[in-house]
Write a new protein. Structure first.
Length: 367
């Protein structure tokens, strides 16, 4: 039985991760040996939600415990790289929430450590594991819409009213939200060769846990990605978006269009415009309640089966480099080159879809 240590007990841990961890504990696949949070008061909350052996406030106690096989890092963003590097050095398998790192130095050091290690490093987000993503990926592989020339993606909301770190350097909506869009687009369309971006602080002050704080990082982004394939994509993300009812991702090809419905972290299927048929078709994918934290169960399965995870470290590095350089582009007001790349993703399993016509498709009114 694998033994798990969790570092960071905030809202992320108490959401989907809690459900997945408890499920594996009940099945006796893992043992949750130790939970850590710097705030001792949070123990009262997690003790009612998790079955664990001990609670600590110093994460190094988890790293120094030779019985612990896997470390789940769910701390604030600017702590991820440091703890992930230390975890690998202590011979642990690691899952780290996004981003892996908030600067290039830490990112390169973590990447090189992971490449040399015999243990797995899996970095969020895990959108490539969603059945909807894989179904769309397969559609592109068979040239369902021809060559993709343009793409658009969006993800945002009004912003959290808890956690001051969201609004400090190393936080912000790009690392928290835009990372989903960038992971999805690069996963579907391949590596990016250069980027240009605009950013701003739209609200200089926020109310967090009833306290007025000064916002110290950008909360609003508009990004242009140019892919190695010459496709151009626009990504919109921010703690500035109240509501929307548009596709998460739009792909415009020479023979049609694909739109991912819902959000890419919680997709609701997809729709396809086929030039030959002159109609929209709706495709529903299984597992409508696919958990965005599924990378955790995937890591556990990979360890037990001794199979390399589908979450590609080179892809994760590429996405992280893009995000760091988006900040650089906005600050310098110029186009920035992306130096990293990755090999195309491979999915052996074919996703079953259920097809139907869309309500707004008028081409089938006579049926």
């Amino acid at each position: 039985m694998l033994k798990l240590g969790i570092i960071g007990c905030g809202s992320v841990m108490q959401g989907p991760y809690m459900e997945l961890v408890n499920k594996l504990v009940f099945k006796k696949i893992i043992e949750l040996k130790t939970i850590c949070d710097s705030d001792k008061k949070i123990e009262k909350i997690v003790s009612k939600k998790f079955y664990y052996n001990s609670f600590v406030t110093d994460y190094k106690k988890i790293l120094n415990d030779k019985e612990i096989d896997v470390v789940l890092i769910l701390t604030s963003m600017n702590e991820h790289a440091k703890i992930a590097k230390e975890s690998l050095k202590h011979n642990k398998h690691v899952l780290v929430e996004k981003p892996m790192a908030t600067n290039l130095k830490d990112l390169k050091e973590l990447y090189l450590l992971a490449k040399k290690s015999k243990k797995y490093l899996v970095a969020a987000p895990f959108v490539i594991l969603s059945p909807t993503f894989q179904a769309i990926y397969n559609e592109l592989k068979i040239n369902k819409i021809g060559s993709v020339a343009l793409a658009r993606a969006r993800y945002g909301w009004a912003g959290p009213n808890w956690g001051e770190w969201y609004y400090k350097t190393g936080g912000g909506p790009l690392f928290d939200l835009g990372v989903y869009n960038i992971t999805t687009l690069t996963g579907l369309l391949g590596p990016v060769k250069n980027i240009i971006s605009k950013s701003s602080i739209s609200k200089p002050y926020r109310i967090i846990n009833g306290k007025k704080i000064k916002v110290k990082t950008e909360d609003n982004f508009q990004i242009i990605l140019e892919f190695q394939s010459s496709c151009i994509a626009v990504v919109t993300t921010g703690f500035t978006m109240q509501q929307y009812n548009s596709p998460a991702v739009e792909l415009y090809g020479s023979e049609g269009t694909i739109q991912m419905l819902g959000d890419d972290w919680e997709p609701k299927g997809y729709e396809v415009w086929d030039n030959k048929k002159s109609s929209w078709e709706l495709y529903k994918t299984p597992y409508a309640n696919w958990p965005w934290a599924s990378g955790f169960t995937h890591l556990i399965e990979s360890i037990l089966k001794k199979k390399k995870p589908l979450i590609n470290l080179d892809h994760a590095y590429h996405v992280n480099e893009i995000m760091i350089k988006i900040y650089e582009s906005a600050q310098k007001q110029k186009q920035i080159t992306i130096n990293s790349s990755f090999k195309p993703l491979v999915f052996k399993k074919k996703i079953k879809t259920k097809k139907g016509f869309l309500d707004h498709d008028r081409s089938h009114d006579d049926i």
